[in-house]
Design a protein around this ligand. Structure first.
Ligand code: 3PG
Ligand code: MG
Length: 402
């Protein structure tokens, strides 16, 4: 893959940068600016090199037409603060305003285009349907830098097609992320543990299947754990359950046993009578969840067990919260897990927190990015990488190496 250094002298050149600035918003307030901070160094180094930087990004999943609540305007302001220099904002993506502002850029200035997904061509399914929009994007710039790691698993106009239309390079954020993930997949230092949480096991089936061939231990928490407990024959009460996945999970449990992969499940859970912060809740054994209760967090005994299973690891990847951590009574499991990662990081292990949501969770719980080996900006992207899938945004960059 080419790096920005391979693009030659960038002074006066128009550089289109695809960043992932898909941050959580509460109205127009950014509740976690991690992706903006992670994207800023590439943008800054291009501006410092005298480039006229045109940043493009998406926010949320608008359906191919403008929607005020998905505007990137608040992101432009925050990006300007992080860069320490004002960011010009275009109120369309490839229209008159974008074209005029791109043309008026001076060396070292930064422009952010409005949400890519306000244009149907960005996410269209076929190459033909994305081509026109990709062409319009490409016409704004002389070269392209791919730095949106969180979207490299999407075959979209600004990720994939535009790289085929312009001289291009891999941005520093994507390079860093790929280097770290490569360390997890190519001969990781052992023991290597993967901790998976989050609501749905169906989202993680592919990666679990692949991890049974690489990881030494798989620790499972979050809503998805109840399908595992059910697969072991336990009652899970009103807990989240994907009944149609029980057989698949049973198959995984058998495969894990055969392949010598240790699957670690919680031994106790916090069981509440409703999905609410003020619901009645108690700690119960994981194999004795009352019929009228739902598990909303792993219990303290499980937190101790998980910490112990991580303590001798040399490599740990974590994606997905252990419980409904947004509600204080169910945050302890996720917090304890984050602390266990921090401890094993201090002991010299490579720890990777995968994903926009898991990253936001650890920051919300008061941890610093520097407490961990690496906080990935891409949840879906890092899981698909670990699953061994081809990521369109990376394959298009690798074509140069062939
Ligand atoms: C993310 O938030 O995971 C990335 O920005 C990708 O967004 P998407 O899942 O809507 O494609
Ligand atoms: Mg996502």
């Amino acid at each position: 893959m080419k790096t920005t250094g391979d693009l030659g002298d960038l002074r006066g050149k128009r550089v289109l940068v695809r960043s992932d600035l898909n941050v959580p918003l509460d109205g127009t307030t950014i509740t976690d600016d991690g992706r903006i901070r992670a994207s800023a160094p590439t943008i800054k180094s291009l501006a410092d090199a005298g480039a006229r930087v045109i940043v493009c990004a998406h926010l949320g999943r608008p359906k191919g037409a403008p929607e005020a609540k998905y505007s990137l305007a608040p992101v432009a302001d925050r990006l300007g603060e992080v860069l320490g220099t004002p960011v010009v904002f275009a109120d369309d993506t490839v229209g008159e305003d974008a074209q005029a502002k791109a043309a008026a850029l001076e060396d070292g200035q930064v422009l952010l285009l409005e949400n890519l997904r306000f244009n149907a061509g960005e996410t269209a399914k076929t190459d033909e349907d994305r081509a026109e929009f990709a062409g319009q994007l490409a016409s704004l710039a002389d070269v392209f830098v791919s730095d949106g790691f969180g979207v490299v698993h999407r075959k979209q106009a600004s990720v994939y097609d535009v790289a085929r239309l312009l001289p291009h390079a891999t941005g520093d954020l994507v390079s860093t992320e790929v280097d770290v993930l490569r360390r997890l997949t190519k001969d990781p230092e052992r023991p290597y543990a993967v901790v998976l949480g989050g609501a749905k096991v169906s989202d993680k089936l592919g990666v679990i299947g692949n991890l049974l061939g690489t990881a030494d231990r798989l620790l499972i928490g979050g809503g998805m754990v109840f399908t595992f407990l059910a697969a072991q024959g336990h009652e899970v009460g009103k807990s989240l359950l994907e009944a149609d996945q029980i057989d698949t999970v049973k198959g995984y449990l058998e495969r894990a046993e055969k392949e010598g992969v240790e699957i670690v499940l919680p031994v106790d859970v916090v069981a509440a009578d409703a999905f609410s912060a003020d619901a009645a809740h108690d700690i119960v054994a994981a194999d004795a969840i009352p019929a009228d209760r739902m598990g909303l967090d792993i219990g303290p005994e499980s937190s101790r067990l998980f910490a112990e299973k991580l303590s001798d690891c040399r490599t740990v990847f974590w994606n997905g919260p252990m419980g409904a951590f947004e509600m204080e009574p169910y945050a302890a499991g996720t917090k304890a897990l984050a602390q266990a990662l921090v401890d094993v990081t201090s002991a010299g292990a490579l720890t990777v927190v995968g994903g926009g949501d898991s990253a936001a969770a650890v920051r919300q719980l008061g941890f610093e990015d520097s407490d961990f080996g690496h906080i990935s900006t891409g949840g879906g992207a890092s899981l698909e990488y670990l699953e061994g899938k081809e990521l369109p945004g990376l394959t298009v960059l690798e074509e140069d190496d062939a």
